[in-house]
Ligand binder design. Structure first.
Ligand code: SF4
Length: 335
């Protein structure tokens, strides 16, 4: 019978496998999340080896701009903007181009690597799509910063128009596993989400897609999402940590611990070695005092808060990065 490697060696072997592009098995992946014998520091060390190989010590800071907020017809039960939410969020239609450009300048001046525009809603109509494409062109011509758009469902034709306008990346999160999707949303399906990601990828847009942990899923479902994102070639994976949005249908049922969050980030690094892994929404509340350890598996963070919840300021985030011995990466450095 094959002997199981001792825990530290097991962690190291996972790192080496990820470095060499050898897929780790679902059983090994599950062990990262569930085996208390695997020391957290050994997992972080192994994940760091992979992260350093692909990204050095650089950290990409993303700043979100909620360019349209509220009044979404979809019923995602964790979301404060959903039609099923009783919470109150600021409601506004698409901000003016001038306001968006001004916000982009602020993001650039704050050290952002990428500017992410997020619109609530099911997806853009044709007129809205043309408007967004023109806006992307202006942003790209004005700032040496990557631009990501999250605007709901798009088809291959719409994706091609955005790509032509200069968009770098399209975001559309899977949020949870396929088997669980029907428990968090009834107005669209997991397959709808995958179709949008495939449309973006088919025209050469980078795909950004992640999940929210802490919504009642099991570890096997987290592994399933990580493997699916690998199959979809997601180049950017935001790992969000659930924070209850007052009024949203999904209650305050978060059982995450700082350690479980860090193990999840390590898992995503092992299963998606060269992807940009982001310690995304809810890092402050869920990682707490261990926040800076997220930089060992992850090479990306958000600053200045999330869609409808606050977060650390850009200054505080940049300080944490430097204090932990990492560096802030800028797009200009790649040119
Ligand atoms: S997650 Fe997006 S699609 Fe779902 S309700 Fe919120 S804004 Fe709408």
């Amino acid at each position: 019978m094959e002997r199981m490697p001792e825990p530290k060696a097991f962690c190291h072997d996972l790192g080496m496998a990820a470095l060499h592009g050898d897929p780790i098995t679902p059983e090994q992946a599950l062990r990262v999340l569930t085996d208390p014998e695997l020391p957290l520091l050994a997992l972080l060390d192994a994940a760091f080896m992979v992260r350093r190989h692909h990204f050095g010590l650089g950290v990409r800071v993303h700043i979100l701009n909620n360019v349209q907020n509220g009044l979404c017809p979809e019923d995602c039960n964790y979301c404060a903007q959903s039609t099923s939410s009783a919470g109150s969020v600021p409601v506004y239609r698409l901000k003016s181009d001038a306001a968006i450009l001004e916000d982009a300048k602020r993001a650039y001046d704050s050290g952002a690597f990428r500017y992410c525009m997020v619109l609530s809603g099911r997806g853009p109509g044709e007129e809205r799509l043309d408007h967004l494409a023109a806006l992307v062109s202006r942003l790209k011509a004005t700032f040496p910063m990557e631009v990501c758009l999250s605007a709901g469902f798009i088809d291959p034709n719409q994706a091609a128009r955005l790509k032509q306008a200069g968009l770098d990346r399209y975001n559309h999160n899977l949020n949870t596993s396929e088997s669980r999707y029907g428990t968090i949303c009834h107005t669209h399906t997991y397959a709808d989400r995958v179709a949008t990601l495939e449309a973006a990828r088919s025209v050469g847009l980078e795909v950004c897609s992640g999940l929210i942990i802490g919504m009642g899923e099991g570890p096997d479902e987290v592994v399933e999402v990580a493997r699916t994102l690998n199959r979809l070639d997601a180049r950017s994976i935001p790992v969000n940590f659930y924070v209850h949005a007052p009024g949203s249908q999904l209650g305050d049922q978060n059982h995450l611990t700082p350690e479980s969050c860090l193990r999840t980030l390590c898992l995503f690094r092992f299963l998606n070695p060269s992807a940009e892994i982001r310690a995304a929404g809810g890092r402050e509340a869920n990682l707490r005092a261990l926040e800076s350890l997220a930089l060992y598996p992850a090479n990306s963070l958000f600053a200045e808060g999330y869609l409808n919840t606050g977060g650390h300021s850009a200054d505080k985030t940049l300080q944490m990065i430097v204090d932990a011995g990492f560096t802030v990466e800028r797009v200009d450095e790649h040119e």
